[in-house]
Design a protein. Structure first.
Length: 154
């Protein structure tokens, strides 16, 4: 009886502590920024919009990424404009109201099937990391981060 009790306890601990860590969604490597700076969401969110857009035929996209369920696709045009295409409806949306409009977007990646993450460098050693829920059409986080050079200067 004690053997079964010990096995049940080991199984319960495994289910409670190991599986949640293994099954937790992983943040793409390009978006594991260091720095621990406070979020700028409150400052940027009022200007953010998810506007429906139409694009000319034959447009050239860059940095195209699809989510795992293949329901959304994100891409940039000329590096400075970012779009999300709903593959079910065919509608295209442009993400507008993000600061530093002349700067390029980089590292487009899906954190999960509804959260698009990307960066925009605002100066040579600092960038902003963005997270957007494309299903809710909502900006969920904006966090500034330094590059490795600036981290070493601290």
């Amino acid at each position: 009886m004690k053997v079964y009790r010990a096995r049940i306890i080991v199984f319960a601990f495994t289910v409670l502590f190991v599986f949640p860590v293994v099954l937790r969604p992983q943040v793409p490597k390009a978006h594991r920024h260091l720095g621990g700076m406070p979020s700028m969401l409150k400052e940027i969110e009022p200007e953010f919009s998810f506007a429906e857009a139409t694009l000319e035929k034959g447009f050239r996209t860059k940095n195209t990424v699809r989510n795992k369920n293949r329901t959304f696709e994100a891409f940039t045009l000329s590096g400075t404009r970012i779009f999300v295409k709903d593959l079910k409806s065919g509608k295209i949306f442009e993400l507008k109201g993000l600061p530093f409009e002349s700067r390029d977007f980089s590292d487009l990646a899906w954190a999960n099937n509804q959260t698009l993450m990307f960066d925009r460098w605002v100066q040579p050693h600092y960038g902003n990391h963005y997270a957007v829920n494309v299903v809710k059409k909502k900006l969920t986080d904006v966090v500034p981060f330094p590059d490795e050079f600036m981290l070493k200067q601290k």
